[in-house]
Every structure is written in structure tokens, then in C-alpha cells.
Design a protein around this ligand. Structure first.
Ligand code: HEC
Length: 258
């Protein structure tokens, strides 16, 4: 009898210990799958934010010379570049320097033509899934909006490559990056010092390139941000004015009522 009681007491103790251990494991949250991206100061931050168009233009240089090899922007048109401060003629010239598919030629082969301002940016073969076995790079038209962590994390990701800590080996074909999901990514480090030459003479460090291309991606994702902010400010001024007017009116109307 005592032996039995002893055994059931042991069983209860074991179950309790099990629950405690399981609970303890739950209480220890999983280590986060990537480092949190530090917050950056962006020209387009906050309710009065406005895009630094010089940075947007430099960012376009980085996109055009580096990112566009792998990433498309199917919702952005060459003509949209006029909004970065380029003239319509400059945007047209950039468009014309790109060849895009144009049906089947008279020789029966796929034909190409020069793009115009009305054409969308082409999607490179790898982003169309045409390279067997290659991981598909996401379209960049809205990436700054839809990528978890937004511009801060894009900047962190672009500058976050480096040797893995001791004992960590990224899976084959992936690169260690402490800001990528599970700290490994299929994209090889796209930026390096002097990877581009800026027409405005700005020194092209990796950080500068990352900052500019991130600003560019934020701009393509919401080209009307500045306009919306201006409208917002006008609406606020109008509402404050209306509020003051109504207050004065109310005082007048009720001034002789006790
Ligand atoms: C050599 C091809 C290549 C180039 C060049 C390239 N990328 Fe990528 N990029 C990829 C691939 C492939 C992925 C998908 C990675 C994955 O899912 O592991 C990717 C993913 C990304 C992501 C999303 C990351 C994620 O965690 O899903 C961002 C942001 C990005 N690229 C930005 C850029 C920018 C900005 C440039 C230009 C500076 C650039 N890439 C240049 C191939 C490339």
C-alpha cells in the first residue's frame, strides 16, 4: 500500500516536473530568426517626410547597374523616372537604352525593340523563373512596402553580410546575413565600395549605395508620398482654421445667453 502510494506520488511528481520543463521551454522564447534592423534616419520618414531626390537618383543608378540584373520592377514605368527630378527627355533616353520583347519577328524569332517611357521595367530571366534551380529574386516595385521590416531592414540586409560566427555554417548555396530570415540568404552580397560611380560625384561606399538604393526602392513603392504629405498638411491647416472659426462663432452666438 505504501509502496503503491509512493509510486503514484513519484508519478505525479514526474508529470509535474514534465509540465514545469515544458512550461519552462515555452517561457524561453525561440531565439529570433534574425537580428532586429536598427532604425535609420530617412528623408521620407514622418508626417512631413519628403524624398531626397538626389539620393533617389543615385539609388536608381545602383538599381540599374546592379539590382536589375536579377530583380524586375514590373509595376514601374520608365516614364515614372521623371518624378525623380529627371526631365522627360532623360527618362525617354533611359527607356530607349533598354531592349524589350516585341512579339515574333519576320524571321520567326522573338523580336526586340527599344523601350519607351510607357513601358514597364523589364523582368530579367532569373526573376521570370527561367533559370532552373535558381532562387527567384522578388520583384522590387513594392518591395520597400511589403518586405517585413521595410526600408530599415533592406538597408540592414544590404550592409549585413559578413563571416558567420564560429560554429555557424549557412546551408549550401546560401550566404550568412544576420538580418535575413534564419540568417541565411540566396542573394550574393550585391554591394561593395565603388561598385558604381555616381554622376554627382558622391563617394560610393557600400553604406552610401545601400542608403541610396533603399531610398529609391521606398520612392518607387510610394511615389506620391510627398504629395500626400502636402495634402495632409493643408487639411490640418484647414481644420485648425475651421476649429478657430467655429469657436469664435459659438462664443458670439451664445454671448447673451446665461
Ligand atoms: C545575383 C542576383 C541578385 C542581385 C544582383 C541582387 N539580388 Fe536581391 N535577391 C536575389 C535573390 C535570389 C533573392 C531571394 C533570396 C532568398 O529568398 O533567399 C533576393 C532577395 C532580395 C531581397 C529580399 C530579401 C529576403 O529576405 O527575402 C531584397 C530586399 C533584395 N534582394 C534587394 C536587392 C537590392 C537592393 C539589390 C541591388 C543592390 C539586389 N537585391 C541585387 C538576387 C539578387
Amino acid at each position: 500500500m505504501t509502496a503503491l502510494r509512493h509510486r503514484s506520488a513519484t508519478a505525479i511528481a514526474l508529470v509535474a516536473a514534465g509540465i514545469l520543463i515544458a512550461g519552462g521551454q515555452n517561457a524561453h522564447a525561440e531565439p529570433p530568426s534574425h537580428d532586429p534592423a536598427p532604425h535609420q534616419q530617412w528623408s521620407f520618414d514622418g508626417p512631413l517626410g519628403n524624398f531626397d531626390l538626389a539620393s533617389v537618383q543615385r539609388g536608381y543608378t545602383v538599381y540599374a547597374e546592379i539590382c536589375s540584373t536579377c530583380h524586375g520592377m514590373q509595376h514601374v514605368h520608365f516614364g515614372d523616372l521623371a518624378g525623380t527630378g529627371l526631365t522627360a527627355a532623360q527618362a525617354q533616353a533611359i527607356a530607349a537604352s533598354h531592349k524589350i520583347p516585341d512579339g515574333i519577328g519576320s524571321d520567326g524569332k522573338p523580336a526586340l525593340r527599344a523601350a519607351t517611357a510607357d513601358d514597364a521595367f523589364p523582368t530579367p530571366p532569373v526573376a521570370q523563373g527561367l533559370i532552373p534551380g535558381a532562387v527567384i529574386p522578388p520583384d522590387q516595385s513594392r518591395l520597400a512596402e511589403v518586405y517585413p521590416g521595410g526600408p530599415d531592414r533592406i538597408y540592414a540586409l544590404l550592409t549585413g553580410y559578413g563571416p558567420p560566427p564560429p560554429g555557424v555554417t549557412p546551408p549550401p548555396g546560401l550566404f550568412y546575413n544576420r538580418f535575413a530570415q534564419a540568417r541565411a540568404i540566396a542573394m550574393p552580397p550585391p554591394l561593395s565600395d565603388d561598385a558604381v560611380e555616381y554622376p554627382d560625384g558622391t563617394k560610393a561606399t557600400t553604406e552610401q549605395e545601400a542608403r541610396d538604393v533603399t531610398t529609391f526602392l521606398a520612392w518607387v513603392a510610394q511615389p506620391h508620398l510627398a504629395e500626400r504629405h502636402r495634402t495632409g498638411v493643408r487639411v490640418m491647416i484647414y481644420l485648425v482654421f475651421l476649429g478657430v472659426l467655429l469657436f469664435v462663432l459659438k462664443r458670439r452666438l451664445w454671448s447673451n445667453v446665461y
